[in-house]
Design a protein around this ligand. Structure first.
Ligand SMILES: C[S@@+](CC[C@H](N)C(=O)[O-])C[C@H]1O[C@@H](n2cnc3c(N)ncnc32)[C@H](O)[C@@H]1O
Length: 276
């Protein structure tokens, strides 16, 4: 689980708690660039919220919610009245206690395993929640199908799902498949979560979702994060960049560049509606 820990002070020294730890979306919808990490992280969450949270007063489940910055975000920016976070890392769940507030809860659990934890079930309305969101985490699921099955279990009929993930291009050569399995071990993206757009649509449809929309965010997320890390690297003293934690961030940026340059993966925002 330490594999998922991200040293957020290396991203932004003055990041307010609870911290964000996503790749960020480095452009506003009108194309205006974003240069500040927290603004970019919030912009990514904002894109997801706009795709899935259709009215005020909703019950929102947030999968892989990290330290919980997004839990507050749904309440403050989308007027959600009931927010349920699920996160694998126990340290994030323990740290959340300092920020806990009415209407929001965070629970330790996996977003790719059923049954849902009892604590989560006890917070759900009887018909299920209105919206499931997952900001920059779904690609860590053991498989896309397992992730979608959990989302479906949380949602009410006609409820909406939005998540970001990385997609495999429609065609990949044997060489790029071999490269990907090497990268998989380093990045924690299981093979069964790295699928093509067609496979993604098929999985969502098979598990009872419709109105599937896939929006490509390569420039906004992959390019944006890689450029940000290059700027941050120039700012940070060498002593801080010797840390393993920085190598992990720099490695992620290098992977974003590799994907972009060779078109080996695409970063997408997926939204869909549960049919029944
Ligand atoms: C890149 S971080 C994004 C965190 C948060 N959503 C944000 O926007 O700041 C991915 C998160 O997914 C969590 N995660 C990874 N695999 C998970 C799983 N199987 N179940 C639940 N959470 C998981 C990690 O612990 C990490 O906090």
């Amino acid at each position: 689980m330490a594999a998922f820990a991200i040293a957020h002070t290396l991203l932004d020294d003055a990041m307010p708690a609870p911290a964000w730890t996503n790749l960020g979306c480095w452009q506003r919808p009108d194309g205006a660039p974003i240069t500040n990490y927290v603004e970019a992280a919030e912009q990514l969450a904002w894109r997801l919220g706009a795709a899935a949270i259709t009215s005020t007063g909703q019950c929102v489940a947030d999968l892989g919610c990290g330290h919980g910055a997004s839990l507050l975000f749904w309440q403050q920016q989308f007027a959600a009245t009931h927010v349920i976070g699920m996160e694998l890392q126990a340290t994030c769940v323990a740290g959340w206690l300092a920020h806990a507030r009415e209407g929001i809860s965070m629970h330790q659990g996996r977003f790719d395993q059923l049954p849902l934890p009892e604590a989560v079930i006890s917070k759900l309305p009887p018909a299920g929640c209105d919206t499931v969101v997952c900001v920059d985490a779904a690609y860590h699921a053991d498989s896309l199908g397992a992730f979608v099955a959990v989302a479906k279990n949380l949602l009410r009929s006609q409820g909406r799902l939005a998540f970001t993930t990385v997609l495999k291009p429609a065609y990949s050569s044997l060489l790029s498949q071999i490269q990907h399995s090497l990268i998989t071990n380093l990045t924690g993206i299981p093979k069964a979560s790295f699928v093509t757009a067609r496979e993604l649509e098929r999985t969502l449809t098979r598990l009872g979702f419709e109105a599937i929309r896939i929006e490509h965010l390569d420039a906004e997320v992959l390019q944006g994060f890689a450029d940000f890390v290059a700027r941050r690297s120039a700012e940070l003293p060498t002593t801080r960049k010797r840390a393993l934690a920085w190598l992990k961030i720099a490695g992620t940026a290098a992977l974003c560049r590799h994907w972009l340059r060779w078109q080996r993966a695409h970063y997408v925002l997926v939204s869909a509606q549960r049919t029944h």
